[in-house]
Every structure is written in C-alpha cells, then in structure tokens.
Design a protein around this ligand. Structure first.
Ligand code: CO8
Length: 273
C-alpha cells in the first residue's frame, strides 16, 4: 500500500524492512504545509494499520527514519505563508491533525528515528521530538522560534521540549526563540548523537533500527509503550504500569526464547510472539 500512494511532498523508500520518509519541499526548507501533514498522516496511518498496535503485528517494517530533502533543512517549521491564510478554526483543525500525527508516531510499535540534517525549527523540532531517537548532523540547528512570529509552539513543543531538556532549558528556549547548534542540543540531551554529515547520519539511523530489529519485536514494542506511558504519569503510577508491562512479558515465546538463548549461550531467534 505504501508504494501505491501518490505523494507530492514526501519520498518513501523501503529497504531491509526500514521505511525512510523524506520530506521533499527543499525550496521552502521542507516547511510543513497542510499537505505535508496530510501525507505524513496517510503514511503513518498505513503503518499503524499494517504493523498494528501489537495485537496482530506484521513485522515487515521494523523501523522508520524521518529526514528532510536538500542540504539545509530537516524541517524549518510549519509553513508560515500558509499559516497566515488560516482562520482560527482552520488552525485548530491543522494543529489537531498535526498533534495526532505526533501521537501516532509515538505509538507505532517500532522505533522511529529523526535524522536531522539541517534546520529543525518550530514544527520541525517538534516533529523530531515525537520520534524515539533524534540524531543530528553537525550543521543541524534546533529551536522553537514561534514567539518571533507572535505565536507559540503548537505541535507539542511546550509539552515535549521540557521532557527532553528539563523545564529550565525549555523555558529559556521557548521564551527567547533562541536557536541552538547540534552540539548544544546534544549537551542538553535533545539529540542523542551528532554525526559528521548526512551520509553518516542516515547510516547511524539505519544502524539503530537494525540493532533494535535484532531484539524481540514484541519486547521493543512493549518497552516503547511503557516509556511513553511512564512519561505521562507520576512515579507511582508509572512504576505500576512498568510492572504490569514487565510481568506481561513472562511466558511469552520471545521471553522464553531470549532467556533460553542466554542460558544456552546462543543467539536468540525471536518470532515476535
Ligand atoms: N515556512 C514557509 N517558508 C519558509 C519557511 C517556513 N517555515 N522557512 C523557510 N522558508 C522559505 C523562505 O521563505 C525562502 O523562500 P524564498 O526563497 O521564496 O524566499 C526559502 O524557504 C529559503 O529560506 P531563507 O531564504 O530564509 O533561508 P536562510 O538560510 O536565509 O534562513 C532560516 C533559514 C533561518 C531557517 C529561515 O528560513 C527561517 O527563519 N525560517 C522560519 C523558521 C521559523 O520561524 N519556523 C517556525 C514556524 S512556526 C511553527 O513551526 C509553528 C508550529 C506549530 C504548527 C502545528 C502544525 C504543524
């Protein structure tokens, strides 16, 4: 179904069970127009249906990489020209769809890696933060510059940036709109690794997914689900959710296989059950 999609703003590539989504509007630094959001929703929606939410999984896609076309930008934010034309109602619908997309990314049962190859500003930084891992090339730059436009972050920035960097740095960045380098983003904990150039960046993104794909897919999905649930709850409720998800692994074929393989000193062969 992915191959049959008519996409004007995205390029899709599936290789070795990894889907790479490239946003292809380099002339406007891959700004997120309503069409980009609609097409991303279509693709991620197909993945949700295809891989499932863990109940009847099809593990033919084991991870997703999101990146931007051209040498300058991952995504330089929402499309400002298009936003100017919107009424408050249209902005509400646009934001609702965009925010739901970020939740879909967070609830896919496979890892999603943002390969940030340039500007990740506003909605671009927010799109990256909805991914499980953010990798950056040396020329990447991050920021939430919405206050310079008379706006505020609306695609999850007020919520997720503080989860990544803590409330102090999040406040500073959101209230000033200050742009930070890849190196500073790494120091703050927004980015997990900085790579020299785009080739190294994409290779590292694929390597992370390939490594996760060697593990039990149901365990990876359960771990992703539990980390997200824990973020949304206070400590005691989070611990209860973790305990329940941990105990649910016991007796599953993948748990029996993984622990047997360790004891028998061999590589596990997971079936995703
Ligand atoms: N929207 C529309 N067009 C853009 C955007 C954008 N966000 N960013 C760049 N462009 C266009 C420029 O207008 C320019 O077009 P043209 O060639 O026709 O003049 C082209 O891309 C190249 O950009 P520049 O010439 O400006 O390139 P520079 O290298 O000089 O500067 C910058 C690069 C610093 C990235 C600069 O383009 C910039 O500041 N861009 C805007 C960044 C920004 O403010 N982003 C936040 C937008 S608001 C937002 O994201 C709200 C999120 C909530 C939305 C929820 C739904 C998704």
């Amino acid at each position: 179904r992915l191959a049959a999609l008519d996409r004007r703003t995205l390029a899709l590539d599936v290789r070795e069970a990894i889907l790479t989504i490239t946003i292809t509007r380099p002339e406007v630094l891959n700004a997120l127009s309503p069409e980009v959001i609609a097409e991303l929703r279509e693709v991620v929606g197909i993945l949700r249906d295809g891989i499932g939410a863990g109940t009847d999984p099809d593990w033919s896609v084991r991870g997703v990489v999101i990146t931007g076309a051209g040498p300058k930008a991952f995504v330089a934010g929402a499309d400002i020209a298009r936003m100017r034309e919107m009424t408050a109602e249209q902005a509400d619908a646009y934001t609702a769809e965009a925010q739901e997309l970020t939740s879909w990314l967070e609830t896919l049962p496979v890892p999603v890696v943002a390969a940030v190859n340039g500007f990740a500003l506003g909605g671009g930084c927010e799109l990256a933060m909805a991914c499980d891992v953010i990798l950056a090339s040396e020329n990447a730059a991050f920021g939430q510059p919405e206050v310079a436009l008379g706006l505020i972050p609306g695609f999850g920035g007020c919520v997720r940036l503080q989860q990544y960097v803590g409330i102090a740095a999040a406040r500073e960045l959101i209230l000033t709109g200050r742009r930070i380098s890849a190196a500073e983003a790494e120091r703050l904990g927004l980015v997990s690794r900085v790579l020299e150039d785009q080739d190294a960046l994409l290779a590292a993104a694929r390597e992370i997914i390939a490594l996760a794909a060697r593990q039990s897919p149901t365990a990876v999905a359960a771990a992703k689900r539990t980390v997200r649930a824990a973020q949304a709850h206070p400590t005691d409720a989070g611990l209860a959710i973790e305990r329940e998800a941990f105990v649910a692994r016991f007796g599953t074929p993948d748990m029996l296989e993984g622990t047997a393989a360790f004891v028998e000193k061999r590589r596990p062969e997971f079936t995703g059950a």
